[in-house]
Design a protein around this ligand. Structure first.
Ligand code: ZN
Length: 437
């Protein structure tokens, strides 16, 4: 899939200009993405990708034969149509409607998603055309629980196109200690952060689904043995960001979300998940959800964790970021994903990145480093460079931040002993405020 963006303001991972290639692949047991040079495991998407394969006009016939579908006939608008009904255990149930020419006209299916539980989908195929002997629809539309989620016009079809089917190494978590008791949990497409408190742990983000959520939870338990994960903070309600929350609920964590999405999460946590029951569905546990309107502070003898709403963002209205004032760390998702090192300043500038700068300034947060929930840990100067801050501030900021960053590596033990802390504070770029943009 090649995606480009029509909106003037950006979002997620699709660039503002040009195209981004994304390959979504599934085998019987694994799913992965092809976006960069290396395939990235995405097993949370396995069931939905198998569903998507088995509802294609050709896939649905193959799986109907395999699963011994029942065939019946009915009349719709004066036309006699066939209906193939079947179930793929652990994946889906479906009925494929065949028209008078035995072409698949519609597939009505049900599958379990990591966030919404069991959902019904209707996919329609229209305007079949011949592509070198292979018939394929030129128009595909799909609804989910009655809402339109997909409308595609097909202009070109390549039968039996080549696919890179090499299954990547298993999904993993790579933990990076960013401060005493704070770990950046990367190693996949979506990051999390574990924060150790006196007698518990706060997890920021449990993304994707049960598998990623569990990997993150197990890694956190290894890093902080003996302390329960009492809270999981959700950055926003998008499916990729909230798919692993249910695993954290099973672990006993209270879910912290932006207040406007509290009711939504309480509802979806109780939705039935019967086709592919996940850990929460099997556990019978109930979720405890806290809503944060604008700010919330979680504090004990170890540290303070501040949760702030990201205001006026086009990406999401229910948007939270997490700030550690003592460590000067900011944790955010999707409003800023660092570019590759030394990448040129984007043109046009990504409005989402500007929104983050504005929110940092609005809240007067003193940030040294950003822990993005996509991508790598970066100094604040990287964000400033990405939004094209000009003049002395921009240059000075980059240099000072790089200096701080490199010194931080070897100076961290000294800083924590407080010996040279104050000197660095004076040097820090975030103490050299200038106006926003
Ligand atoms: Zn998002």
């Amino acid at each position: 899939m090649r995606r480009s963006r029509a909106e003037p303001k950006g979002g997620g991972a699709v660039p503002l200009v040009g195209e981004a290639a994304l390959g979504s692949v599934a085998s019987a047991t694994h799913a992965w993405n092809l976006a960069g040079p290396m395939p990235v495991p995405r097993n949370a998407a396995l069931v939905s990708r198998l569903h998507d394969l088995w509802i294609t006009p050709h896939g649905v016939i193959k799986v109907a034969v395999k699963e011994k579908a029942t065939l019946s006939y009915h009349t719709e608008g004066g036309r006699k149509l066939g209906a193939l009904s079947f179930a793929v255990p652990g994946v889906m149930t479906a009925t494929a409607i065949l028209n008078e020419n035995h072409l698949v006209e519609r597939v009505e299916s049900r599958q379990t998603g990591p966030v919404l539980g069991d959902i019904s989908m209707v996919t329609t195929y229209a305007d079949y055309r011949d592509h070198g002997g292979v018939k394929f629809p030129a128009r595909i539309e799909q609804t989910q629980e009655g809402s339109m989620v997909l409308a595609v016009t097909i202009t070109e079809v390549t039968p039996n196109a080549e696919v890179n089917a090499a299954v990547p190494a298993a999904e993993r978590v790579a933990a990076e200690k960013v401060a005493a008791g704070v770990w950046f949990l990367g190693g996949g497409s979506h990051n999390s952060v574990a924060i150790e408190m006196s007698d518990h742990v706060i997890l920021v983000e449990s993304p994707l689904g049960d598998e990623r959520g569990n990997l993150v939870i197990q890694e956190t338990k290894k890093l902080v043995p003996g302390k329960p994960i009492r809270f999981v903070i959700n950055s926003h309600n998008h499916f990729d960001r909230s798919g692993g929350l249910r695993a954290a609920v099973v672990e006993g964590a209270t879910v912290v979300v932006q207040a406007q999405s509290k009711g939504y999460f309480e509802k979806v946590f109780t939705n039935p998940s019967r086709i592919t029951p996940d850990l929460l569905a099997k556990s019978g546990k109930r979720a405890n959800v806290i809503g944060v309107a604008e700010n919330m502070s979680m504090k004990d003898a170890t540290r303070t964790v501040e949760i702030h709403r990201i205001k006026d963002s086009v990406h999401a209205d229910t948007f939270l970021m997490v700030y550690l004032p003592n460590e000067r760390l900011l944790i955010e998702a999707d409003v800023y994903t660092p570019l590759p090192p030394n990448a040129p300043v984007p043109n046009p500038i990504n409005a989402l990145n500007v929104e983050l700068v504005q929110n940092i300034e609005r809240l007067k947060l003193s940030v040294d480093r950003i822990l993005p929930l996509h991508g790598r840990v970066v100094p604040l100067a990287e964000l400033h460079r990405t939004v094209g801050r000009q003049g002395f501030h921009r240059q000075g900021c980059i240099q000072l931040c790089s200096l701080w960053e490199s010194l931080n590596e070897w100076a961290r033990p000294l800083v924590h002993k407080g010996k040279i802390k104050e000197k660095f504070h004076a040097l820090r770029p975030s103490n050299r405020r200038t106006s926003v943009l």
